[in-house]
Write a protein that binds this ligand. Sequence first.
Ligand code: ADP
Ligand code: MG
Length: 239
Amino acid sequence: MIKVEGVTKTFDSNTVLDDISTTINQGEVVAVIGPSGSGKSTFLRCLNLLEKPSSGAIWLNNSEITNLTNKLEVREQVGMVFQHFHLFPHMTVLDNVSYAPQKVKKLKTNEAEETATQLINKVGLGDKLDAYPNRLSGGQKQRVAIARALAMEPAVMLFDEPTSALDPEMVKEVLDVMKDLAQTGMTMVVVTHEMNFAREVADRVLFLDEGKLMEEGKPTTFFSSPTTDRAKAFLDKIL
Ligand code: ADP
Ligand code: MG
């Protein structure tokens, strides 16, 4: 579904992604892990063209996106969930979720709201349709953000440390929604420090260090027998 070939990203003289190549298959859940500053967010942002690679190419469903001028087309197909939610503060939960389908996909209000209501129910917030974000807990906000991304019917969902800003007691409710989503067959790329999630839910782990894809493999293999010293040192620190 996604093919990444030789992607390099530099900011001034700083090489943040260094010749990354990988393929992400339909329905696959890929966890991206690595130390702070290793390029995880930049990698994710390249996948929906929030950043443009300095060189290399990315294909989505067999069409190259790195030479597209219309980034919105890509963003419609690639949903993204951020660490800090980024909900629209002046809109209710229902409006947060139903807004983009009306604006971008030109759905009628009642259609968009019907789909949005289903998604909001699915993330367990059916009683919060009319609430504003400032009335929600962090975990609830993040579940709204997930519903909002899903409302665009993306082909792929990207998550950038979706639970890192949450109080510990709220992490599980968000991970549970993500697990459910994985079980529906959604293709997901998840930057996370939740190693249990990576171990249990991911089909594959990508380990980034200093902008390089140092290791790639099944979670069981990666966590039990990492091959590079970098990965060993990283896992020693966090596990
Ligand atoms: P991670 O998500 O793994 O912590 P990032 O992808 O956020 O890493 O950042 C990798 C490196 O790229 C860092 O050194 C960061 O300072 C740098 N970087 C990220 N975005 C920009 C930017 N827009 N301009 C300049 N440097 C950036
Ligand atoms: Mg990051």
